[in-house]
Design a protein. Structure first.
Length: 390
């Protein structure tokens, strides 16, 4: 009981102080929270705790929910066909390049699978900092949605194959996933038609003059309902919460302040706890083990290289700096990479050294990615202002 109290006090202090520490260290806040979590866990101040793990998991799911809120589905659906084709080509190139380069270097199959992974959860954090009207960030969301779905399908295949092998059971699980996606598309079409026919329903569900926080209540209800549905279907929870966020964004655009209200709660409480927990899962003493750091750097380097090369298919819409910014923003598949590492280690596909390398790579991708984006975004902004002036 006493240790739990100390843990709560520690987490409360980290929540409060991490923005100040990040400012002094000149690093992004999520990176600071991960480092603090890792340091405090290594020296024994933060310890394994079931409730902390549970809240951190909710924090990640809420981050995916916020990422869904950032997606302008109507704009994506109205995107030029050429952009959609280039987005699909981008995703295909990631898989092809990973397979070719990974095989040529003789990498483990788990390492090869980890290279093209994409998660757009952290785009919500970037959007809060740099504004979702940034061209590179807007395109990152568009192609990132495609990459996220492809990554979740790959993770589903890996997870199912590790449990039941490549057979009928795997086909059954994939069928459930595709059926769920088709059902969501059908529901979207039906609701879109309903709200077009009776637009007053939107205001009844989320009134303009809302004195009872109905918008927050409905959002949270959808958030948890989708979690329950995904648990019942044995599918990736993150996909469900992401879809819940997209649904709110798609049908309730009139509630402009809702995104800010939900974001303030998430980025001020749940999401930082998730980042602190991620840091706490990595023991810094593991970097002394031979092969851990070199393995992590290989994964980070190859993953970033592959994504930069693939992102050049978007050169029609972006300049070189924006291409690199887009690639960096899509190179932080934190929890998906941790999930792949966990599955690989439990199924004996990889060794403990490989497992630590993947976990360290997941952390380094955020530290390097967030810091590099901070520098390049300033250059992109300065270049844009200069071009406008001239």
């Amino acid at each position: 009981m006493t240790s739990d109290i100390y843990l709560i006090i520690t987490l409360a202090l980290v929540l409060w102080l991490s923005p100040f520490i990040a400012r002094v260290a000149r690093i992004p806040i999520p990176a600071a929270e991960i480092l603090i979590g890792s340091i405090l866990a290594t020296i024994g101040i933060i310890h394994k705790n079931h409730y902390f793990e549970l809240v951190a998991e909710v924090g990640f799911l809420y981050l995916m929910f916020l990422a869904g809120l950032e997606v302008n589905l109507d704009k994506i659906l109205k995107s030029p066909l050429s952009l959609i084709k280039r987005g699909l080509l981008f995703v295909a190139l990631l898989g092809i390049l990973s397979a070719v380069i990974g095989t040529a270097l003789g990498l483990n199959i788990i390492f090869i699978i980890s290279l093209p992974l994409i998660s757009i959860g952290l785009l919500a954090s970037l959007s809060k900092t740099y504004g979702k009207e940034s061209k590179w960030l807007e395109l990152a969301f568009t192609v990132g949605v495609m990459g996220e779905v492809a990554s979740i399908i790959a993770l589903t295949v890996l997870d199912a194959a590790s449990e039941v092998g490549f057979g009928l059971d795997l086909a059954k699980k994939l069928s459930i996933l595709f059926a769920f996606i088709l059902l969501i598309i059908a529901l979207y079409k039906a609701l879109d038609l309903l709200f077009w026919w009776a637009p007053e329903l939107k205001d009844k569900l989320m009134p303009h003059n809302d004195t009872e926080d109905q918008d927050i209540r409905l959002s949270m209800a959808l958030f948890f309902l989708f979690i329950v549905v995904m648990i019942a279907l044995h599918l990736e929870l993150a996909l469900g919460t992401f879809i819940a966020g997209v649904a709110i964004s798609a049908f309730f655009q009139h509630k402009h302040e809702l995104e800010e209200d939900l974001g303030s709660f998430g980025f001020g409480f749940l999401v930082p706890l998730f980042f602190i927990h991620v840091g706490s899962t990595f023991d810094l003493t593991a970097v002394k083990l031979p092969g851990v750091v070199s393995g992590a750097l290989i994964i980070v380097g190859l993953s970033l290289l592959i994504k930069i090369i693939a992102t050049f298919v978007l050169k029609k819409y972006l300049n070189t700096i924006e291409i690199i910014l887009t690639a960096l923003s899509l190179s932080m598949p934190l929890t998906l990479l941790v999930a792949v590492a966990t599955i690989g280690y439990h199924t004996k596909y990889i060794t403990l050294i490989d497992y630590y390398s993947l976990i360290l790579a997941a952390i380094l991708e955020i530290l390097i990615g967030m810091s590099a984006i901070r520098v390049l975004a300033r250059k992109a902004t300065a270049a844009h202002k200069e071009s406008v002036t001239h």
